[in-house]
Structures are given as structure tokens and as C-alpha cells.
Write a protein that binds this ligand. Structure first.
Ligand code: THU
Length: 151
């Protein structure tokens, strides 16, 4: 039987799926374009229909024009018609060496909030296939402002 993991989130994400997502993020890490910060980040976003969308950070000589890994993955998915997501794996580090957990920035938390129910979407900060921490988006972005507020 497939092994299930996560602090009380056993039903939602399998360890095998997390392993697959971390594998995809690891591959993506090599594509990060970060000549200015030297900090490479990768993300693997799982849509509810089971597809995986990867993304990396893409910096720019005009610094604010750069984009984070999480939003790269999210915008790829949304631009291909996906609007419902289960979880995202994030990993990164200086020079692409993953030593610590890499939490998403505030802008990425808000961008993800647009397309999920905060209590049901999981943000997985990974150092490897076996070493990760799982949060709900609600834990990382409490009392959030979302599309319902404007409808
Ligand atoms: N970065 C991400 O890609 N995701 C985050 O959530 C945090 C920061 C990138 C942006 C920039 O290219 C580099 O990491 C340093 O801030």
C-alpha cells in the first residue's frame, strides 16, 4: 500500500506524490536564472487533475522585473487553463545548493491564494525527497484576502 505522510495530512498527499514533485523541482532547479542574487529556487505545482507544473526564478537586470519560482509555475498552469491546485513543492538555496527550507515570499503566498482554499492547499518546503515540512496556505497566510471578498 502507498505510504502516506504529513502531520495529520495523511489523507491528502501521499509520500510517493511528494517524492515525484520533489524530483521535478530538483530538475527545475538547474534552470533557475539568478545571476544577480545567486539564489536558485524551484517549484512544482500539482493541479487537481494530477498534472505537474514546474517553475524557477527568473531574474532581470532591472531587478523588479524578475519573477519567483512559485509564480512562474502558477502562471504557467493558469495560462494553460488550470485553476485548481492541491499543493506546491518549493526548494532552493544559494548557488542551487539546498541546505535549508525555502519558504515562499509574501507575494507568492498571495498569488497562490487566488486559486485555492487556504485550509486545503499544501505548501511543502523540501530539502530532499525525504526531508520536508508541510504547511497549509492558511498557516502561512492567515486571515487572507481572496477573490470571495470582491464577489
Ligand atoms: N525567490 C523565489 O523564487 N521564491 C520565493 O518565494 C523567494 C525568493 C527568488 C527571487 C529572487 O530571484 C531570489 O529568490 C532572491 O530573492
Amino acid at each position: 500500500m502507498e505510504q502516506m505522510m504529513g502531520r495529520g495530512r495523511e489523507k491528502e498527499i501521499s509520500a510517493d506524490k511528494i517524492r515525484e514533485l520533489v524530483g521535478r523541482a530538483k530538475e527545475q532547479l538547474g534552470l533557475a536564472y539568478a545571476p544577480y542574487s545567486g539564489f536558485h529556487v524551484a517549484a512544482a505545482l500539482l493541479s487537481k487533475d494530477g498534472r505537474i507544473y514546474t517553475g524557477c526564478n527568473v531574474e532581470n537586470a532591472s531587478y523588479p522585473a524578475g519573477n519567483c519560482a512559485e509564480r512562474t509555475a502558477l502562471f504557467k498552469a493558469v495560462s494553460e487553463g488550470k485553476r485548481e491546485f492541491s499543493c506546491i513543492v518549493i526548494m532552493g538555496g544559494a548557488g542551487g545548493r539546498v541546505e535549508s527550507y525555502c519558504p515562499p515570499c509574501g507575494i507568492c503566498r498571495q498569488a497562490l491564494r487566488e486559486f485555492c482554499r487556504p485550509s486545503e492547499f499544501f505548501v511543502i518546503l523540501a530539502r530532499s525527497e525525504e526531508d520536508y515540512r508541510i504547511f497549509t496556505l492558511e498557516e502561512l497566510l492567515p486571515e487572507s484576502f481572496g477573490p470571495e471578498a470582491l464577489i
